[in-house]
Design a protein. Structure first.
Length: 317
């Protein structure tokens, strides 16, 4: 019998848990590969209608052993394997509805919530949960993390794609988070004071933060926690995974499209990362473009933290 992915959980009333790449809090469905072999997802279907089992088709892509994949149930219908996935339907949390994962034959139901899943609650996910293995949380990027940085003066200075792991940043400066100026109460790190290179002259900062993952098969959730003034775009090994107040196209002189400020005691804002297919075992790069709303801004802040939730693999996986 062939191995299949499964729906582990979903969130049908999402007000603040996980923003999509457009900065919107849409419904989402989490798929999981519970086996020790890679599963090809191409041809599987998600549906909210038991009379239309082939409503939305997953694109050709792989889900690694023990891996997880978030698919937004937003109605935006996006099926590009290298980008964030969105179904062509939304979930109804108030009264509950049907939800199923269907095999590539378009007939066999892998798992389903039938006839309807129960009434849901705001920002509370529902599902089968994780059946085995110790759960732990690690923070591979915390305040004070070392980063390579540059204040870009022109597009030609950077050269190549600075967001990718293979990019050579030997000529960049080195400092520790947070990066910024005009925030006396925030923990500006050693080498992170951007007063001279940015204040009232430049509005864009590029950061590259390396971090290490021992085994991606154990990772089932990643959250990027941010304090920022005024906007940012974050990339995991080159893939855009989170953004706020960011323009559609990121350039060397990009500015934030809105304003944001953080007081000393304000909490981090959290963004759940769709990491499957992009996170690797070993060294990874979190690249961030931090943006002020103006080249002549009087304050600026970029402070990222990365939280990773792990599940120890049981011997029978």
């Amino acid at each position: 019998m062939p191995a299949n992915p499964t729906i582990t959980e979903f969130l049908s009333i999402n007000d603040s848990v996980l923003a999509d790449i457009d900065g919107e809090f849409n419904d989402w469905i989490e798929l999981h590969n519970p086996t020790s072999a890679t599963i090809g997802l191409g041809g599987y279907y998600l549906t909210d209608n038991d009379s239309n089992l082939t409503k939305w088709r997953l694109p050709s892509m792989n889900l690694s052993p023990g891996g997880y994949l978030v698919v937004f149930a937003s109605g935006k219908d996006r099926q590009v394997a290298s980008a964030e996935l969105h179904t062509n339907f939304k979930l109804s949390g108030e009264g509950g509805e049907y939800l199923a994962l269907v095999a590539p034959d378009g007939v066999t139901i892998i798992n389903e919530f039938a006839p309807n899943f129960p009434k849901q609650f705001t920002d509370v996910s529902y599902g089968t949960g994780i059946s085995s293995g110790k759960i732990s949380t690690e923070t591979p990027i915390t305040t004070g993390h070392e980063a390579s940085y540059i204040v870009p003066k022109s597009g030609e200075v950077i050269g190549g794609d600075w967001r990718l792991p293979k990019y050579n940043d030997d000529d960049w400066n080195v400092g520790k988070t947070a990066f910024g100026f005009g925030y006396a109460g925030q923990p500006i790190g050693e080498g992170g004071d951007m007063t001279d290179p940015m204040r009232r002259s430049h509005g864009t900062l590029y950061l590259r933060l390396p971090f290490h993952v021992d085994d991606i098969a154990e990772v089932f959730e990643m959250n990027l926690r941010m304090k920022y003034d005024d906007g940012f775009a974050a990339y995991l090994n080159g893939k855009l995974v989170a953004q706020q107040n960011a323009p559609t196209t990121i350039k060397f002189d990009s500015l934030a499209t809105g304003s944001e400020e953080f007081n000393d005691d304000d909490p981090f804002k959290s963004f759940r990362i769709a990491f499957s297919g992009h996170l690797v075992t070993g060294k990874n790069i979190l690249a961030i473009c931090g943006m002020n709303q103006s080249h002549k801004g009087s304050d600026f802040l970029i402070l990222p933290e990365l939280e990773v939730r792990l599940q120890e693999l049981s011997e029978d996986l």
